[in-house]
Design a protein around this ligand. Structure first.
Ligand SMILES: Cc1ncc(COP(=O)(O)O)c(C=O)c1O
Length: 491
């Protein structure tokens, strides 16, 4: 089977970052108020009445009315009843093209029969969990290890958040060092120590209300794409406890929203070797989406530890795991006494590695491999982005569209391209105000897309899957055309 890359052409990161720099200096281009009003009145109020009714009730008992940030949509969240292939269906019977793809795991498209049948078989024969070892825990670990050269061992956990927590614990145990340096803007789940510098580079602890400041004593961030900044921190840390690990999303913060230079990962790997820090790749989004060997296969980098999530349970619950080199993974050993005298990291989870997640994950990866799904999904991403770029030109808009294979970005306001500079503290309130104003407009754009039958991730990211066809993408583009026609500079 051809196991090509899910990225046919790496984006020109310098050009895109320049365009994004320009975008955030311009006035906001967004959906015209009259057009937004029509979408709200004619679509949401008239055609999503059951959703509205349920959400009104739900918010009395669920904070914010939804259980997940990504489920929030302006003017109110919709209630979905079915995800199938490239489509989502809401409770009022409306159909949408699905570019949220459950937040990323469904590279094959939603609920493929090949995986579903195996899950049903497992439920009939075994049940969803035993609390003990199941054969598919081994099969899934073996499948991941066979495709990721750097993953000699794999430990399944319950989520990407948990796997990131485990990764930094292992790194500290293995190196005896303290500091974790992450890239500003990147998301590595919501655990205390890593809720640092999220979304906006330079934002440090400010996006983590409820976390005591001393939790961040050994967490640092460096500026995306800035090797000098990273090296400065590595050098400085040598004098005060050393760097246990550099943790990065290999296509850039927020799944490549701030794209990285092609050589960046290889240069970071060299710096890690130079300073004796472990390199941790967070491949929660990129593993099996950018190809069977993930971002590390694409960039030719050998991280010491790799964080997995999402696709490793194929869109079923319980999606997380840590993989890596034997000499580090031994710090996770549970069960059989390896005879090693070193300490071991505490990790766990009652439902971690349950048979249901492992069967779903295993057959999902087999199916991605058999059908070359990452390449197919990437081709659909290319078509979508080429079409969006044409539309942006046609409507003379300053928007920026680019993709890393099936991870597609449509930046209309550039909220995540702002950064905070602590050397100029007087600029900080302005940045916070600008990002919240822009975020609100991104939500308005998201509402317009939704009303045109397009579900996006927060109005600016779109995951494609292998369930898309060229005809579907062309139809999608005609819907974006409808929205862009109604865009103007915000008054
Ligand atoms: C790069 C990255 N790391 C970690 C996580 C956290 O994973 P989870 O939501 O499974 O806890 C996410 C979630 O979106 C992610 O995108």
């Amino acid at each position: 089977m051809n196991q090509g890359s899910g990225i046919s052409k790496y984006p020109d990161s310098a050009l895109i970052n320049k365009q994004l720099d320009e975008l955030i200096k311009l006035p906001i281009y967004t959906i015209r108020p009259d057009a937004l009003k029509t979408y709200v009145e004619e679509y949401f109020e008239k055609k999503c009445a059951r959703s509205k009714q349920i959400i009104m009730e739900a918010q009395k008992i669920i904070p914010g009315g939804v259980q997940h940030n990504l489920a929030f949509n302006y003017p109110f969240p919709l209630v979905f009843t079915k995800a199938e292939g490239a489509y989502l269906y809401d409770i009022d019977g409306n159909r949408y093209y699905d570019f949220l793809q459950a937040g990323g795991p469904t590279v094959l498209g939603s609920n493929p029969i090949e995986v579903r049948e195996k899950v049903i078989e497992l439920l009939n024969e075994c049940g969803p969990s035993t609390g003990l070892f199941h054969e598919y825990e081994y099969k899934l670990a073996e499948k991941i290890s066979a495709n990721f050269k750097s993953v000699e061992m794999f430990r399944m956990l319950g989520s990407g958040t948990e796997a990131c927590m485990a990764a930094i614990r292992v790194a500290r145990l293995a190196t005896g060092k303290k500091y974790i340096i992450k890239m500003g803007g990147a998301y590595h789940g919501w655990s205390d120590q890593l809720a640092y510098g999220i979304r906006i580079p330079g934002s440090k602890w400010t996006q983590a209300p409820g976390v005591p400041l001393n939790c961040f004593k050994y967490t640092q961030e460096f500026f995306p794409n800035d090797l000098n900044d990273l090296e400065r921190k590595l050098r400085w840390n040598r004098l005060r406890g050393g760097t246990a690990a550099v943790l990065i999303e290999p296509v850039g913060p927020e799944s490549g929203t701030w794209p990285l230079d092609y050589d960046f990962n290889r240069n970071v790997e060299q710096l890690c070797r130079k300073y004796g820090a472990l390199l941790i790749f967070d491949e929660v989004v990129t593993a099996f989406r950018l190809g069977m060997s993930g971002a590390q296969g694409y960039f030719g980098v050998s991280p010491d530890l790799t964080v997995f999530g999402k696709v490793v349970a194929g869109g079923y619950p319980g999606a997380g795991g840590l993989g890596g080199k034997r000499e580090y993974m031994k710090y996770l050993a549970a069960g059989l006494d390896s005879g090693d005298k070193h300490k071991k990291a505490l990790v766990g989870g009652t439902m971690a590695a349950n048979p249901l997640s492992c069967v779903a994950g295993y057959y999902t990866l087999c199916e991605i491999e058999r059908t070359n799904a990452a390449v197919r999904a990437g081709e659909m991403g290319d078509r979508l982005i080429a079409g969006l770029q044409e539309l942006i030109k046609k409507h003379k808009l300053p928007f920026v569209a680019f993709n890393q294979g099936s991870i597609c970005h449509l930046e209309t306001v550039g909220t995540l391209h702002f950064s905070i500079n602590w050397l100029k503290p007087w600029t900080i309130p302005k940045v916070i105000a600008a990002t919240s104003e822009r975020k609100a407009e991104m939500e308005h754009m998201g509402a317009a897309y939704m009303a045109e039958g397009l579900v996006t991730l927060a109005g600016s990211r779109l995951y494609t899957s292998a369930a898309y066809t060229e005809e579907m993408i062309d139809d999608v583009l005609s819907r974006f055309d409808n929205v862009f026609r109604n865009v103007a500079v915000k008054a």
